[in-house]
Design a protein around this ligand. Structure first.
Ligand SMILES: Cc1ncc(COP(=O)(O)O)c(C=O)c1O
Length: 427
């Protein structure tokens, strides 16, 4: 594969765009240097084409924002129809009610709804709302929740976040109910915001325990469903696991790539939206709302969620077998749930897990599979795609096993090892 145009464009972009991208995980920092595409030109169904004309099955799917597939005809039709009427107006549109009502009908905790653009809008609104509702300042977090000060201050990439703000948020390990109980029973916390699951499955009783502890301590429980929403079930992972929070946040897959997020929740908390300030020029932007209605209606009409599970499981089963066939179980883990399986990479002797990840990414890309570290399933993923991806894994893992055994992986990498941004989801 040739990536000449990609790297020319990257060089040009870097002259005026720091990082060359608006999203860390889409930037050159996250793909093997010299051996991967840097810019996409178009997408259709499960596939994308880069600026050099190379074709890929896209396992990243815009970091889970593409849930149906690229260029979905139903979503396109809704967006085009709305485009001829207008995009942003001086008053709200009735579409906002249409979408809000759908979320209320589908999501267990949703009695009231507000919209934002990025997931971070919704999680930050939830935090402000919880602080207003409880009169408390401190926040407990578990997972990844976006770029704002209140969350990113808890990570290694906290440059620019004031110390006083950092001191207001504490991170709690997943599946550790004891740690949560200790934290929340000591000082008073406004909210506990968590991803219901990412690299680990909840232990039996954990999510129910979280619900009980937060209720007992008067802490607002927020389930961050930016990823799990419209992937695990139409009502999100809270429907799948059967535990209902006070507030919840959605984004990514709810409009098949159009920029919209939502905060939903119980009426008695959400009604304080009247008193806090959560307001933006584009919160009611009509193309994204029309796209979201079309996406959700398609998900209700067709077996979209079932497909995310069944195609994700079929892929996992085959990849797991190939990992085992090549004796790589110590180096490669595949964790999480079928619509969103995440691959983990562990060191082998003096070869780092990141070097192994870099090699896997490079080899998958060379065989026409755009891969970051996970299977972000979409409705457009076909049996043909499955065969091609499995074949690519087979070739990649056979080579990986040989090179690791021979101690020649680094020689065969031909590119620098990727540096982690920070470990968002720890195993
Ligand atoms: C669980 C979770 N919450 C929040 C966010 C932030 O969403 P956004 O990047 O759209 O602001 C993300 C983004 O990856 C996420 O995965």
């Amino acid at each position: 594969m040739i990536f000449d145009k990609s790297y020319e464009s990257l060089e040009r972009a870097l002259t005026v765009i720091p990082t060359g991208s608006q999203t860390f995980s889409k930037s050159h920092l996250q793909y093997p240097k010299g051996c991967s595409p840097q810019f996409i030109e178009r997408g259709n169904g499960s596939r994308v084409w880069d600026v050099d004309g190379n074709e890929y099955i896209d396992m990243v799917n815009s970091l889970m924002a593409i849930s149906l597939g690229y260029n979905d005809p139903d979503v396109n039709e809704a967006v085009i129809a709305q485009l001829s009427k207008g995009v942003s107006f001086s008053l709200p549109t009735e579409l906002e009610y249409e979408l809000a009502q759908r979320l209320v009908d589908l999501i267990p905790c949703a009695e009231k709804v507000r919209f934002g653009k990025n997931g971070t809008d919704a999680t930050s609104a939830a935090v402000r709302l919880a602080r207003a509702y409880t009169g408390r300042d401190k926040i407990a977090v578990c997972g990844y929740h976006g770029w704002q000060d209140w969350y990113i201050g808890t990570t290694a990439r906290h440059l620019g976040v004031p110390e006083d703000v950092r001191n207001l948020t504490d991170s709690v390990p997943y599946n550790d109910l004891y740690a949560l109980e200790e934290l929340l029973s000591g000082e008073k916390y406004a909210a506990f915001i968590m991803e219901l699951t990412n690299v680990s499955a909840p232990e039996p009783g954990y999510l129910e325990g979280v619900r009980e502890v937060t209720e007992r301590t008067g802490t607002v429980l927020v389930f961050d469903e930016i990823v799990t929403g419209f992937h695990f079930a139409l009502g999100g992972a809270q429907e799948y696991f059967g535990v209902t929070p006070d507030l919840s946040t959605f984004g990514k897959g709810m409009a098949n790539g159009m920029p919209i997020s939502a905060i939903v929740g119980k009426d008695h908390i959400m009604k304080m939206m009247d008193d806090i300030f959560f307001s933006g020029t584009f919160g009611g932007e009509a193309l994204s709302i029309a796209a979201s209605i079309a996406t959700i209606d398609k998900m209700k009409r067709e077996p979209v969620i079932e497909h995310l599970w069944s195609s994700g499981k079929a892929l996992y089963d085959d990849v797991f077998r190939i990992v085992n066939d090549n004796g790589l179980q110590q180096q490669i883990g595949i964790v999480g749930y079928d619509p969103w399986k995440i691959m983990t990479f562990k060191d082998y002797k003096d070869v780092s897990g990141m070097a192994i990840r870099t090699f896997v990414q490079k080899e998958m890309i060379a065989q026409g599979v755009l891969f970051l570290v996970s299977h972000n399933m979409s409705y457009a993923f076909t049996d043909e795609d499955h065969k091609q991806v499995v074949e690519a894994y087979k070739n990649t893992f056979e080579k990986l096993a040989d090179y690791l055994k021979a101690g020649t992986l680094i020689q065969n990498l031909n590119c620098p090892v990727i540096e982690p941004i920070f470990n968002v989801r720890k195993t």
